[in-house]
Design a protein around this ligand. Structure first.
Ligand SMILES: [Zn+2]
Length: 299
């Protein structure tokens, strides 16, 4: 197949210098800083844009001579939130790479589909302008836009699909990219409230700049989303479904802190509940709450 068959009219192409073709050994588009990863995630449009891996000319980095200075892979990534590379790549790949290079590519976007470029053509024969612009940057740094005049030759490249087997953690992260807008909206609302709690607690209790204690938005989102999955959409206090955007405000999603003493860190122990259940339980113990539930249910 050709890239033109999976690309659309408005697809944009980016190039990045790499060690080798994308595969199960390293199913991640990795960056040296969270900022660079986030900037790219904000630019990249899933299902529209593609990244082209180009082997570096450095034998230390691109060990296989057949990959050096060649077009290697065309791939799609999940851009919602950069995650720790360690959670995406197999343990032995991570160990081997960090032993050689230290921890240098800590943040990644998971690769959701990848294709080998048939025959690994030479980069300076196919995309000389883009290849030169890659050389102007520190190697293995950013994704650079492919130069417009070189789109045509890339769209005509023959590609061979490569099957990827994602880790459990990568699957969880991909599952977070729910199409359910109401659910995303509700979880985002709770993320904002939790961040306000943390900021207030940071000022009140420790006098430390709250920004230093501030969890990353995507981490809080990810934890809450995993709670939603684990609870199967049920309230942690009454075990009944939590409706999204209900007419009745008492049924809306709320977060219950298991240890309300430490507002700074206990967002990780948050459970999702109905607002009414959360207000009802307040600071009572779980046993006291169960006694109450038993009473109203036996009526
Ligand atoms: Zn409830």
């Amino acid at each position: 197949m050709k890239l033109s068959e999976i690309a659309s009219q408005d697809s944009r192409l980016f190039a990045k210098g790499e060690f080798g073709p994308a595969s199960d050994t390293w199913p991640a588009l990795s960056f040296s800083s969270h900022k660079i990863a986030t900037d790219f995630a904000n630019t990249y449009r899933r299902d529209h844009d593609f990244v082209l891996y180009v082997g570096t000319g450095d034998p230390e980095k691109t060990e296989d001579p057949a990959h050096r200075q060649r077009l290697l892979s065309v791939l799609s990534v999940e851009p919602r939130a950069p995650i720790s590379t360690r959670d995406l790549v197999p343990a032995d790949s991570w160990e081997r790479t960090t032993r050689k290079w230290g921890i240098r590519w800590e943040w990644s976007l998971p690769i959701i589909a990848t294709y080998d470029v048939a025959g690994f053509p030479r980069a300076h024969n196919t995309i000389p302008l883009t290849y030169r612009s890659l050389g102007n940057l520190p190697s293995l740094g950013r994704c650079v836009p492919v130069q417009e005049p070189e789109y045509r030759v890339l769209l005509g490249l023959d590609l061979e699909p490569v099957e990827l087997h994602l880790s459990e953690r990568a699957k969880v992260v991909l599952a977070l990219n729910t199409d359910n807008r109401a659910l995303r909206g509700e979880i985002s609302r709770l993320v904002t409230m939790i961040k306000q709690d943390v900021a207030a607690a940071g000022v009140g209790r420790t006098g430390v700049n709250p920004m230093r204690l501030m969890p990353n938005d995507s981490d809080v989102f990810s934890v809450l989303m995993q709670r939603w999955e684990a609870q199967d959409g049920m309230c942690a206090l009454c075990d009944r479904p939590i409706p999204l955007k209900p007419e009745n405000k008492l049924l809306q999603m709320s977060r219950d802190r298991t240890d309300s003493g430490n507002k700074t860190y206990d967002w990780q122990n948050t459970r999702l509940t109905h607002l009414a259940c959360n207000l009802g339980k307040s600071d009572a113990t779980v046993d006291q709450w169960r006694d109450y539930l038993t009473m109203i249910r036996s009526a």
